[in-house]
Ligand binder design. Structure first.
Ligand code: CMC
Length: 431
């Protein structure tokens, strides 16, 4: 019988050593189970959770050194090539690829929920027309919990499933409504004759005045973007959703918290920031200047779309995105797109630069996704919204997994307190 592997924590001040179990997953590094530490009066200190695994999960696996990403064991390259978005949603949610009848039923269920409560239309008018669509998304997705009381009991598996379908089906509708509200066009009701991605493009770009059919090349490109963004294990927004959910909050509120976290430029806001950066650089002759800025310690500028907490090799999603970018620009006759050329040049220069090589900073998924979305006519302020609607299924699947996990507890980290020691209150006239 093999001996159970243990880590032994020793101290240099006579404190007795502490034995900690070492746990193994199916893939990836072993983890030291530190749960017993608090019983010994210790906590760990790990800002940014760089060395912390917060849960067990069977959904997504990333090997950052090898540049691999699997959803339920399937490599992302195969899913992006052969699957459609709703099939990937099924896989993430239930753990297996669907059979034909299962897929038909799943797609039909999603279609049943694509409309939002009509009263929600009025909710939008409370926002300024020029509000960032992510600001509207945070509010309106959170407000779903005020409209769908009949699926809020998180201890009821049927309620949980209905909420999952509602989120999956309604978030694209809300996302398109954000855009329409921004540009002052009427909301377009979902068209269930179209598939998931085609319907989203319809709600974004159709108007009541004319006929609209989604371009299949562009629809496939958007579908690929959605598949690539569907889940990414315990990233900041997913951890936010899990933390919000750990207190028993309803799923609509939890997903709204994920959207809020995703908005930041270090996370989902990066695709928007990449485009702003490329526009600011403007010309190949200025690339060197921006690379120098990215390297300087006294300058907060970072090369947006480069670097990743987990990938220390090429982000596998970035390769697929670059190819998709070529396809879309060819379809639209934009192969000479100056921003795309600038991006290719910037990528080449950075990949050959010692600073980026040493720090293992490679292009991430967002480096090219913005160029694809822009070519499709999607305004820059909608880029992160598209990330949010793609990631909704990942958040929902992770939330489901957490609710079903017998080890789930309210998330409650501790701290290293460095404030004042106990002191007595001084009345105002004595200070
Ligand atoms: N440009 C220049 N330097 C960088 C960059 C960059 N994009 N990213 C990291 N570095 C440097 C950083 O200054 C640090 O240097 P030093 O060791 O000298 O202090 C070193 O590389 C390690 O960086 P870090 O900030 O400690 O790494 P992190 O894991 O905390 O941050 C990151 C990861 C993605 C937030 C960061 O790489 C970044 O800000 N990238 C730009 C924003 C971006 O593209 N975000 C999208 C991520 S992919 C989509 C998603 O999952 O949301």
């Amino acid at each position: 019988m093999t001996q159970e592997r243990k880590a032994i924590l020793t101290f240099n001040d006579g404190t007795p050593p502490i034995e900690l179990p070492v746990l193994s997953g199916t893939l990836g590094p072993d983890v030291i189970d530190i749960r017993a530490l608090s019983k010994h009066g210790f906590f760990t200190y790990d800002p940014g959770f760089q060395s912390t695994g917060s849960c067990r999960s069977s959904i997504t696996y990333i090997d950052g050194d090898a540049g691999q990403l699997f959803y339920r064991g399937y490599p992302i390259e195969q899913l992006a090539e052969h699957s459609d978005f709703l099939e990937v949603c099924y896989l993430l949610l239930y753990g297996e690829l669907p059979t034909g009848p299962q897929k038909f039923e799943f797609d039909s269920m999603v279609k049943q929920h694509t409309m939002v409560h009509d009263q929600m239309n009025r909710f939008f008018t409370g926002f300024r027309r020029d509000a960032h669509p992510m600001a509207i998304m945070v509010g309106v997705v959170g407000a779903l919990s005020a409209f769908y009381h009949d699926s809020l009991d998180i201890s009821n598996p049927h309620h949980r499933e209905v909420s999952a379908f509602r989120l999956l089906a309604k978030v694209p509708t809300i996302a398109a409504m954000c855009h329409k509200y921004n540009v002052g066009e009427p909301f377009m009701y979902p068209q269930n004759r179209l598939d998931y991605v085609g319907n989203f493009l319809y709600m974004m770009f159709a108007t009541p005045c004319g006929h609209y059919e989604p371009n299949p090349v562009l629809a496939r490109a958007l579908e690929r973007i959605m598949i690539l963004h569907a889940d990414h294990e315990q990233n900041a927004s997913t951890s936010t959703v899990r933390l919000a959910g750990s207190s028993g909050s309803n799923p609509f509120a939890c997903i709204a918290s994920g959207i809020a976290c995703l908005w930041g430029p270090a996370h989902g806001g990066a695709n928007e920031a990449v485009l702003a950066m490329l526009e600011e650089i403007g010309d190949e002759s200025r690339i060197g200047q921006y690379i120098d800025r990215a390297k300087r310690k006294d300058d907060s500028f970072r090369l947006m779309g480069f670097g990743h907490r987990v990938y220390k090799n090429m982000d596998p999603r970035a390769d697929i995105m670059r190819r998709t970018c070529h396809e879309v620009l060819d379809e639209l006759g934009l192969h000479d797109d100056p921003l795309f050329k600038l991006a290719l040049k910037l990528e080449k220069i950075a990949l050959e630069d010692d600073y980026f090589i040493e720090k293992k900073l490679y292009p991430n998924v967002d480096f090219y996704s913005g160029i694809v979305l822009r070519a499709m006519g999607i305004p820059t302020n909608m880029f992160t919204v598209i990330f949010a609607l793609s990631r909704t299924i990942g958040w929902v699947a992770q939330w489901h997994e957490m609710i079903g996990d017998p080890e789930n507890k309210i998330g409650r980290p501790r701290q290293l307190y460095q404030g004042a020691r106990q002191r007595d209150y001084v009345p105002l006239d004595k200070r």
